[in-house]
Design a protein around this ligand. Structure first.
Ligand SMILES: NC(=O)c1ccc[n+]([C@@H]2O[C@H](COP(=O)([O-])OP(=O)(O)OC[C@H]3O[C@@H](n4cnc5c(N)ncnc54)[C@H](OP(=O)(O)O)[C@@H]3O)[C@@H](O)[C@H]2O)c1
Length: 317
């Protein structure tokens, strides 16, 4: 899809990813629609129908979701299930109905099977097994979004594309205890310990679990490239493929934060699966995309932003 002069609806524009998508799209010759929650409440069928009927966007980049953070998912699984299914069904149905040319669904690697023999996410194995119990309600809504898009493609030829994003981090992430992800949670811990001059920071687990971390600007580049170039039913991983033990992540954050104290590993805490890393060969082949930021560069920008915006960052719940 050539984006020039297109009308693009970004859902979830007040959120972490959606905000960065909008910022990037401002460099393009496009019309951006970024309604707030009041102007477009995706849970309400009538609100969604009314907005899409009146605005008739060409492209929808669907970043909205009632989500974020493992603690939030564990505490409110029914809300997560109910709200996300409604949001995703509404955006799919009315995008198709009111002539949207293409819908980009922002999925998640959380929707992959919880037990993968290799520990690598490969698109052809996306539905090959149950999700990890801890993220089932959230993951199910993401799988449903993909399967719904596939059904609309088969029955109506609708161009619904699903991207499977890994753990992201960056400026304007969520830093609250309940909704933060591992990178933002650790950054907050180290910066708080530095501010309070605490001698050590406790981190849960052994540090041996291997994960990958994607800087938000890289994620945005992949999303825009997929909007331009990818029209297939098969979902596409958006990750780094770089294997990073949690211990390395914590040490890097400690160093970049200039925190002089020690890290105390609470080995009674859970490690989770040993390895969860995306195979990015498909996106590399299809879109010629690779992340530009390594962990150190991404963390440096994020930590600098967090320290400069501490009060507003911790106020966001
Ligand atoms: N962050 C990650 O590491 C990560 C990893 C993989 C995938 N993802 C996916 O990426 C997408 C964006 O995540 P994020 O981290 O940017 O989340 P976020 O910061 O929590 O943003 C969520 C956005 O959704 C909006 N929203 C929620 N309910 C809505 C409703 N009923 N109607 C309209 N808008 C609604 C929120 O608006 P209000 O603030 O006004 O409620 C907010 O703008 C999600 O689909 C998420 O599953 C994120």
């Amino acid at each position: 899809m050539n984006l020039k002069n297109k009308k693009i609806l970004v859902t979830g524009g007040s959120g972490f990813l959606g905000g960065h998508v909008i910022e990037k799209l401002r460099n393009f010759d496009v019309q951006i629609l970024a309604p707030n929650h009041k102007e477009l409440d995706l849970i309400r069928e009538e609100s969604c129908r009314h907005y899409l009927l009146n605005q008739k966007p060409d492209l929808v980049i669907h970043c909205a979701g009632a989500i974020s953070g493992l603690l939030n998912i564990l505490k409110n699984p029914a809300d997560i299930f109910d709200n996300n299914l409604r949001i995703n069904l509404n955006i799919l149905k009315f995008s198709y109905k009111f002539g949207v040319e293409k819908l980009i669904n922002i999925g998640s690697t959380c929707a992959y099977p919880g037990e993968l023999p290799t520990g690598y996410f490969r698109e052809e194995e996306f539905l090959n097994g149950p999700m990890h119990e801890s993220v089932e309600s959230y993951g199910f809504s993401k799988r449903a979004m993909y399967i719904g898009g596939k059904a609309y493609r088969q029955q109506f030829g609708f161009n619904s594309v699903t991207l499977l994003l890994t753990n992201m981090y960056g400026p304007r992430d969520v830093f609250s205890i309940e909704r933060s992800h591992v990178v933002s949670a650790l950054i907050k811990k180290f910066i708080d310990a530095k501010r309070k001059k605490e001698p050590s920071v406790e981190v849960l687990g052994t540090g041996k679990a291997i994960r990958e971390f994607l800087y938000v600007e890289d994620a945005v580049d992949a999303i825009i490239k997929a909007a331009e170039l990818y029209d297939e039913e098969m979902p596409l991983n958006v990750g780094t493929g770089v294997e990073t033990p949690i211990a390395e992540l914590a040490e890097s954050i400690k160093e970049i934060s200039n925190y002089p104290g020690k890290i105390k590993w609470n080995t009674k805490g859970p490690d989770g699966a040993l390895r969860k890393v995306s195979d990015i060969s498909r996106i590399t082949n299809k879109l010629k995309w690779k992340p530009k930021y390594d962990l150190k560069a991404g963390l440096t920008k994020t930590i600098k932003w967090f320290e400069n915006n501490y009060e507003s960052a911790i106020a966001k719940i």
